[in-house]
Design a protein around this ligand. Structure first.
Ligand SMILES: Nc1ncnc2c1ncn2[C@@H]1O[C@H](COP(=O)(O)OP(=O)(O)O)[C@@H](O)[C@H]1O
Ligand SMILES: [Mg+2]
Length: 250
């Protein structure tokens, strides 16, 4: 599904990613953990095509197709989803209408006609029921006055509607309360299938009490320095990131 080989990336003359290798197969959930400043969010942004970073070496491919030359919207149309890609407040545009537009843009980019209105309604109904999102929420203005939990709900709803091949959820916010964590976890667990893959980025082990990853990777100083199963997350929780730091310095 997603294949990253020897990825190096910089901003200005500062190298942030220093040779990342990552293979994510369909049906898998991967967690990327690591201390602040390790490069987790940078990795997510680069996969999504953020042009502020320069990829100096290596490659990223999706189902065998090299993503290097594709702009962020083209990557999105091919099935790359990054949470927080639409953080803007849009007064007067509802959560639902925003999704309608996003879906039809993707269809257009892939040479399909607009989704017929009745089909769209059915999809919205299906996905909102699955995620237990109520109608009132769907008619609210996008991101306007959204609480942390509502932002997460919106994000997960977008993911459900767009049905990406690879979803990357960057849970940067240390202030996420337990409700917000549950919304994300519940969404991931319900949307996981054998046709998609999910990468959850988190600083804290707490989220992984609700989402059970197949693989856990530790990113440290621009490199994946450890990979393992879900038990690695618990080990990290116990020993802290100093353990990784000491190992790296030894
Ligand atoms: N746009 C940017 N400009 C300058 N430095 C950046 C930029 N983005 C990230 N960095 C630097 O790259 C490093 C990794 O940051 P980031 O990817 O946000 O880490 P994480 O998400 O793991 O906390 C940090 O030292 C950060 O200051
Ligand atoms: Mg981050």
């Amino acid at each position: 599904m997603l294949s990253i080989k020897n990825l190096h990336a910089s901003i200005g003359d500062k190298e942030i990613l220093k040779g990342i290798n990552l293979e994510v197969k369909a049906g898998e959930i991967h967690a990327i953990m690591g201390p602040n400043g390790a490069g987790k969010s940078t990795l997510a942004s680069i996969i999504a095509g953020n042009e502020n970073y320069e990829v100096t070496e290596g490659e990223i491919s999706l189902e065998g197709e090299d993503l290097a030359e594709l702009a962020p919207d083209e990557r999105a149309h091919k099935g790359v989803f990054l949470s927080f890609q639409y953080p803007v407040e849009i007064p007067g545009v509802s959560v639902t209408n925003f999704m309608r537009t996003a879906i039809n843009e993707t269809r257009k980019a892939n040479g399909q006609d607009e989704m017929p209105a009745n089909e769209m309604l059915k999809l919205i109904r299906e996905k909102s029921e699955l995620l237990e999102i109520d109608r009132k929420f769907l008619s609210r203005s996008l991101n306007e006055g959204f609480s942390g939990g509502e932002k997460k709900r919106n994000e997960i709803f977008q993911m459900a509607m767009l049905e990406p091949k690879i979803a990357i959820l960057d849970e940067t916010d240390s202030g996420l309360d337990i409700d917000a964590l549950r919304i994300v976890a519940n969404g991931v667990n319900k949307l996981k299938s054998d046709k998609n893959a999910i990468v959850v980025i988190t600083h804290y082990q707490r989220l992984l009490d609700y989402i059970v990853p197949d693989f856990v990777h530790v990113l440290f100083n621009g490199k994946i320095v450890k990979s393992g199963g879900k038990e690695l997350a618990h080990e990290l929780e116990e020993k802290g990131y100093d353990w990784i730091k000491q190992e790296q310095e030894a």
